[in-house]
Design a protein around this ligand. Structure first.
Ligand SMILES: *[C@@H]1O[C@H](CO)[C@@H](O)[C@H](O)[C@H]1NC(C)=O
Ligand SMILES: *[C@@H]1O[C@H](CO)[C@@H](O)[C@H](O)[C@H]1NC(C)=O
Ligand SMILES: *[C@@H]1O[C@H](CO)[C@@H](O)[C@H](O)[C@H]1NC(C)=O
Length: 372
């Protein structure tokens, strides 16, 4: 028979053992709970940290990056127009890689990475006007001209001196056109294919250098009897620069006659005087196929489209009377817009961008043969 004591004792013993077991689980639970809390707090701390600190790495001992400075010396400012380069900086994503410094200060010659030489100011006495030789090692010389070979002297003296060309020719190293077309960027109000100004006059022509012996004036003399043309410029109708665009905008046609005929030589006469004024250009310059490298075929009228000046005159009169046909010369403007030369400084920045591309060794042995 068991005594109650024993019973209670055994009960007690039993109870003690179960209590111990429970206590163990409780401890385990507490431990796990604390672990969980600890982990949670760590995690929350981690997640609440700013992103930048999560990626924090101890600093390494490295020198700050040095921005290389690329120095371009402008041997002269084109046509000696005094112009301050102070405070002008090239902009664009490529500037981050190198700091382009464009200077007119010749004391920088020895340090310059490239020298841009505008033909006009070195053409009279090339041996005296060109930079001194021998040139600093690695320095590249850029030959610049936006004028056509017909209006440049001493071209042969430039042979074998230059590394790059900067001209209106598309095959120049630094292509510097007078204008171009780009896909239309912004939606404008009003019709894009109709001139935004009333066209009250017929044909305009602006000539600064009137030369009776030039082929363009000779052509004009044959056209004149059949077509009324308002001629502006020296010894003709006055046209102040500030009024130019407004006045030319009142004309339906503009005679964009170049002073000489050379590959790609298509100047502001087309881009600025005609196209910016919404006057249909009547062009006289390189052949039609050359113009079509820059413009849609239905954006201009080429004098060579006609057998004679009389035929051209007849065609323009016909267009004048046929609004629908006349407006067909603006269809391309739905998709394209005209850009004119941004100015010398932006063009020197473009030169810098191209000069920064990995240099390939290049010399121009016969510049005068190429630029003809
Ligand atoms: C040309 O550069 C030199 C050297 O940096 C400087 O001493 C001189 O004043 C500069 N000349 C002009 C006209 O800025
Ligand atoms: C286009 O028209 C809208 C509404 O008539 C006018 O608010 C806006 O200024 C116009 N934009 C231009 C570029 O003329
Ligand atoms: C640039 O052209 C000159 C003359 O031909 C040549 O002597 C020089 O090595 C060329 N420099 C470079 C960097 O191509």
């Amino acid at each position: 028979m068991r005594s109650p004591q024993n019973t209670s004792c055994s009960m007690k013993a039993e109870t003690t053992s179960s209590f111990k077991k429970k206590y163990f689980y409780f401890q385990l639970f507490l431990f796990l709970l604390l672990q969980l809390l600890f982990t949670l707090s760590l995690l929350s701390y981690w997640y609440l940290l700013p992103q930048s600190m999560q990626n924090y790495c101890p600093p390494k001992q490295v020198a700050p990056p040095v921005t290389p400075v690329f120095i371009i010396l402008l041997w002269t400012w084109p046509f000696n127009d005094l112009y301050s380069l102070q405070g002008l900086r090239c902009l664009g994503p490529w500037v981050r890689e190198a700091n382009c410094q464009i200077t007119l200060n010749r004391t920088w010659y020895e340090r310059a990475h490239a020298v841009i030489i505008h033909h006009r100011e070195v053409s009279l006495m090339p041996s005296k006007q060109l930079p001194p030789e021998p040139r600093p090692t690695g320095q590249r010389w850029v030959w610049l001209s936006l004028e056509s070979p017909s209006h440049l002297d001493n071209l042969a003296a430039m042979d074998g001196l230059f590394n790059l060309t900067m001209t209106y020719r598309t095959d120049s190293d630094i292509f510097t056109p007078y204008g171009w077309l780009r896909p239309r960027q912004e939606q404008e109000n009003g019709s894009l294919t109709q001139p935004p100004f009333p066209k009250t006059k017929l044909v305009a022509w602006v000539v600064s250098n009137w030369n009776e012996d030039s082929t363009r004036v000779k052509y004009f003399r044959r056209l004149q009897p059949y077509l009324p043309v308002d001629v502006y410029g020296r010894n003709h109708l006055p046209l102040p620069v500030k009024n130019q665009q407004r006045v030319l905008s009142t004309y339906k046609f503009y005679l964009a006659f170049e002073n000489s005929q050379h590959q790609d030589y298509i100047t502001e006469k087309l881009w600025q005087n005609a196209l910016k004024s919404w006057a249909v250009p009547v062009v006289y310059g390189p052949p039609r196929h050359n113009y079509e490298r820059f413009l849609p075929p239905d954006a201009f009228i080429h004098v060579s489209d006609f057998k004679s000046p009389w035929e051209l005159a007849t065609y323009l009169m016909k267009l004048d009377a046929d609004e629908k046909h006349y407006l067909s010369y603006f269809q391309w403007r739905k998709h394209l817009e005209v850009v004119t030369r941004p100015g010398w400084f932006q063009e020197f920045c473009k030169a810098c961008r191209i000069l920064l591309e990995p240099p390939t060794y290049r010399t121009l042995p016969a510049l005068s043969k190429w630029f003809s």
